[in-house]
Design a protein around this ligand. Sequence first.
Ligand SMILES: Cc1cc2nc3c(=O)[nH]c(=O)nc-3n(C[C@H](O)[C@H](O)[C@H](O)COP(=O)(O)OP(=O)(O)OC[C@H]3O[C@@H](n4cnc5c(N)ncnc54)[C@H](O)[C@@H]3O)c2cc1C
Length: 276
Amino acid sequence: MAAHPEVSVEFFPPKNAAGRERLLAAMAALEPVRPAYASVTYGAGGSTRERTLATVQMVQQKSRFEPVPHLTCIGSTEEGVRELLGYYRDWGIRRIVALRGDLPEGMENPGFFRHASDLVAYVQAFGGFEILVSAYPEVHPEASSAITDLDYLVAKVGAGASALITQYFYNPDAYLHLRDALARRGINVPITVGVMPFVSYEQISRFSVQCGAEVPRYLRMAMEACAGDTAAQWQTGVEILSRQCQLLLREGVPGLHFYTLNQAETTLAIWRNLSI
Ligand SMILES: Cc1cc2nc3c(=O)[nH]c(=O)nc-3n(C[C@H](O)[C@H](O)[C@H](O)COP(=O)(O)OP(=O)(O)OC[C@H]3O[C@@H](n4cnc5c(N)ncnc54)[C@H](O)[C@@H]3O)c2cc1C
């Protein structure tokens, strides 16, 4: 196990007052985890710009967590990105998750930036932020090959990224394969594991088709075995994810990043099983 594996959490910007209350409750419940940071997602094409800014401020003002904004660049103008970086610098933000994002339906112009590496280079030149980027152990769904996907990941590090957060996966070998492939390319930045709590097969299979993560047959079968029993499905998901995290911690992963979906319960249950 890494000497001090880091736990971090991800929130999305709530849409309304009820969602805001739910997020505040989740933040309070997650206090015992003492996350190293709380990242806040950003809708591609700027669709959540104002709500992401408000959520970053909410994390800063209402919790003890370090807010880490995501920033997607596809469909953005240079001025828009520069303005956001200016706000974040003024607010004392230290780290940014720099992403390409997906062009929203109906939006045709990709804008000033084409790839996440373009944004990384821009943020690096702007100065003052540690830059985190995405990595895909099971290969990004649009990638022409696993090799080019790795090349572009290496390019993001070359452009200034100093840490990676993975897309979620339910196949730990995929993570180890990526880690070793990067090490062979001389890349030794921390590769934090993205953990997506698995609470229902329907929910996760919907997500997974879009983002290229595979749901192994044993997991599907385990969920089907308790179909109709929400509590049993939840418990099964927690057990399977806890075992995956334990296995990866024994492999020395530097951190776990929980995609909380603005709910504390599942993240807390897995975290309690890990003794970190
Ligand atoms: C940790 C994490 C956080 C995320 N947060 C958000 C979020 O807040 N908001 C959101 O909308 N989405 C988010 N996403 C999803 C992400 O936006 C999508 O997966 C998107 O499709 C790719 O973004 P990226 O930054 O990974 O892209 P990139 O790293 O640019 O890669 C995207 C694709 O382009 C290819 N590529 C990269 N560089 C080049 C190049 N120079 N030339 C040709 N091809 C290239 C890659 O191989 C890959 O197939 C997140 C994903 C992860 C893993």
